[in-house]
Every structure is written in structure tokens, then in C-alpha cells.
Write a protein that binds this ligand. Structure first.
Ligand SMILES: [Fe+2]
Ligand SMILES: [Fe+2]
Length: 258
């Protein structure tokens, strides 16, 4: 191993055994979890929210819970058919991350006065996002590694990365700090998908066509999710952030163009 501090200088085998390890994971999360119970430091103060803002935030958090639960269910299921042991170890770290994300989101909802989060999620969940979740879990049930890793670690992670980053820029300080911690994890999950599929695409170029077909189907659900969510929040068309453009750019950066 050439340099223990810089994973980019590792050879392929060393890269995988190092990055796909709890050691690496712990170093990565320690910086932003230490001293931040539920992802937020004590010094960060609550801002006053209007009732309309509070309701909109609760709806948004309910949808984040749908996405995080999908990732928790999918990543834990994928351990059973991951192609090798390093991938299993990485997925185990991802399961812990997604469980933590769900926990901090539920905690935030409780702070906002939500007494029955399950019922609230049921009531407020976005239909396109629920369809996306079903599709992802179908790939997992079929033990289809390429489709599962693509749908979860590329598409779903890019969706979450895009939305959380935008939202962190406009949210109240407590929600913003919580989201910034989550984004750091999602970046790591995207890196895993990019690395795994990158190697697979070199080894089996015909995989491209299959993944592009899945991409076309899932992109539609992702884009519907954005417009449904922004519509529910009452954001006028002219003021809507370009989530679609940012999402497609994030997927393209991982090597999957439209
Ligand atoms: Fe997550
Ligand atoms: Fe994730």
C-alpha cells in the first residue's frame, strides 16, 4: 500500500479492501457525528417556523423517510447476494448509515410535534417515490445485483444527494445541519455504486444497454417525484430549483448519461 492516508493512491485490490471497511467508515463519520446527537450540535438553535412552513417540512421529512427506508431495506437485502465479501462489508456500513438517517429524520419529526410518524408517512408519501421504492425492492427480491446497485447506489443516491443539498441551502438551521451530515454519507454510497458498476461495465459492455433501459424507467419516477413534491409544497414554477437538471448532471458525473 503506497499511502495509507490517500485512498486514491491505492491499487484496485487495496482500494477495495480499505474503502470497503469499517475502519474507513468510522474515520469518515466520526468527524461529523462526534458531539452531534441526532446529527445536530447543541449550539444550533431552532428558528421560529410558521404553521405552513412546519407542515411543509413535515411532508418533506415524511418523503425523506420513504427514501431512507427504501435504502435501508434494499441495502440490507443486498448483503445476501453481494458478489464478494468486501461488497458485503461495505453494504453493512451502508445499512448502519441508512438506519441512522431514518433515526435522525424521525427524531426531527418528533421535534416538530409529529406524534404518530408511521401514520403521517402513510398519509403524506409521494406516489412516484413509493413506486420507485417498489421497483427497487423488486430488483432486490430478484437478487439482481447490477439492477439493484444501479437503482439504489446510483439513482436513489443521486436523487437524495440532489434534494438534500438543495434543501440544506434553504432549510432552518437544525434541519440544514442534519441534512449536511446525511449528504456526506450519500456521497460515499454513490462512490461505491460508481466504482462497482464502473468495473462491471468495463468487464461486460453489454450491461450498458440493460442499465440504460432501467435508467429511462426510473428517471421518469424520479422526475415525477420532484414535480409532485414541489407542487405539494406550493412552490411556484418560476421559483422551483432545477432539481431535474442537477439530478441528471449527478447521474451523468457517475458515468451514466441520458
Ligand atoms: Fe440515506
Ligand atoms: Fe444512502
Amino acid at each position: 500500500m503506497s499511502d495509507e492516508s490517500n485512498p486514491h493512491e491505492f491499487g484496485e485490490a487495496d482500494f477495495r479492501s480499505t474503502v470497503h471497511s469499517f475502519e474507513f467508515w468510522f474515520e469518515a463519520v466520526e468527524g461529523y457525528l462526534h458531539g452531534r446527537p441526532y446529527g445536530v450540535s447543541a449550539a444550533t438553535k431552532e428558528a421560529e417556523l410558521t404553521e405552513r412552513q412546519r407542515q411543509a417540512l413535515i411532508t418533506t421529512l415524511c418523503n425523506y423517510c420513504v427514501g431512507e427506508t427504501a435504502a435501508l431495506d434494499a441495502s440490507s437485502g443486498m448483503i445476501g447476494f453481494a458478489p464478494d465479501r468486501h461488497a458485503k462489508i461495505f453494504l453493512a456500513t451502508q445499512v448502519v448509515d441508512e438506519g441512522r438517517h431514518l433515526e435522525v429524520l424521525l427524531h426531527r419529526m418528533a421535534q416538530l410535534g409529529v406524534a404518530a410518524p408511521e401514520a403521517e408517512i402513510e398519509k403524506r408519501a409521494n406516489r412516484s417515490l413509493l413506486k420507485f421504492k417498489d421497483r427497487l425492492l423488486e430488483f432486490v427480491d430478484a437478487r439482481d445485483w447490477e439492477a439493484s446497485i444501479f437503482a439504489q447506489n446510483v439513482i436513489l443516491e443521486c436523487l437524495e444527494f440532489t434534494v438534500f443539498r438543495h434543501h440544506a441551502g434553504t432549510a432552518d438551521p437544525v434541519t440544514a445541519e442534519m441534512l449536511r451530515g446525511i449528504v456526506s454519507d450519500e456521497r460515499r454510497h454513490m462512490g461505491f455504486g460508481e466504482n462497482d458498476l464502473g468495473r462491471r461495465l468495463i468487464a461486460a459492455p453489454h450491461t450498458h444497454d440493460r442499465l440504460y433501459k432501467i435508467k429511462r424507467e426510473l428517471d421518469t419516477l424520479v422526475l415525477d417525484t420532484f414535480s409532485e413534491a414541489l407542487g405539494e409544497l406550493g412552490v411556484p414554477h418560476a421559483e422551483r430549483p432545477d432539481l431535474e437538471g442537477d439530478y441528471l448532471a449527478a447521474v451523468a458525473r457517475l458515468g451514466f448519461r441520458s
